[in-house]
Design a protein around this ligand. Structure first.
Ligand code: ATP
Length: 240
């Protein structure tokens, strides 16, 4: 599993006076479970887009396990992401008309000429694991909590070493949110994947080993975190 090494990352957008992200140095060890917190507009989505290779870092180095993803061309970055990253977004991006099982397998079907039988077996196992009892059920007939759990299964089916979730519990009630939070941690732990979750959800934050807190694009120590959650190593120590 790859670790994450960021140096001198600066992201600017036209019309924005200060950088949307300014991270001189950050190291996340492989297998870490990390919450990404911060107020609206602090740069969480930008951070996720950069570390997953959805956007190219304009300056600095963003390397997973020695692969500087900023140096990959767009096609290579897409292939890298398909192999290494499982994404769970707030909007589930599931396809109506297809079953839960078909939704879990769809990205793999699109990426591979012939679907290996082990992937179908793994999709079935994961759906069972996330508590979806009828894998053949049409996706649009599932509850929101069930849909989010299908999205979790889809993100994990290819066994990525990096799992990234953007507000995965935001549109769920407390019970469904807690179930998704537990599943993400447990499933990432089972395969030793690095888990990075952008969230405002205190329950989800409490379950993470570390917290990265962004304020106006910079990493700062979070003020009121549970004692077990220390900000992750970011050197030099950023000013509060
Ligand atoms: N494509 C863009 N062009 C211009 N400004 C942008 C662009 N994308 C993001 N920004 C700005 O960059 C800053 C960081 O945005 P970002 O979406 O990363 O914040 P966030 O922490 O994810 O916010 P939220 O919690 O509201 O989703 C904001 O000021 C935003 O307006």
């Amino acid at each position: 599993m790859p670790d994450l090494d960021i140096r001198d990352l600066v992201v600017r957008f036209t019309g924005l006076e200060r950088p949307a992200l300014d991270i001189p140095e950050l190291v996340l060890p492989a297998g870490a479970h990390v919450a990404l917190t911060g107020p609206s507009g602090s740069g969480k989505t930008t951070f996720i887009n950069i570390v997953t290779g959805l956007e190219r870092p304009p300056a600095g180095r963003v390397a997973w396990g020695g692969t500087d993803i900023g140096r990959l061309g767009e096609g290579a970055r897409d292939r890298w992401r398909a192999t290494h990253v499982g994404l769970v977004m707030q909007e589930f991006h599931l396809f109506p008309g297809l079953s839960a099982l078909e939704n879990v397998l769809l990205p793999q079907r699109l990426a591979q000429f012939r679907l290996p039988p082990r992937l179908r077996a793994e999709a079935g196992r994961l759906l069972e694991r996330v508590g979806i009892e009828r894998p053949g059920q049409k996706i649009e007939t599932l509850s929101r909590g069930q849909m989010q759990r299908v999205a979790v299964a889809r993100a994990l089916v290819a066994r990525p070493g990096i799992i990234v979730a953007d507000e995965p519990t935001a549109s769920l009630d407390a019970e469904a949110g807690a179930a998704v939070a537990e599943l993400l941690s447990a499933l990432a732990g089972e395969v030793g994947a690095t888990l990075l979750v952008a969230t405002h959800d205190a329950c989800l934050i409490a379950g993470m080993e570390r917290v990265l807190h962004l304020e106006a694009g910079r990493l700062v120590p979070a003020a009121s975190l549970p004692a077990a959650s220390a900000p992750v190593s970011a050197a030099p120590a950023p000013a509060v």
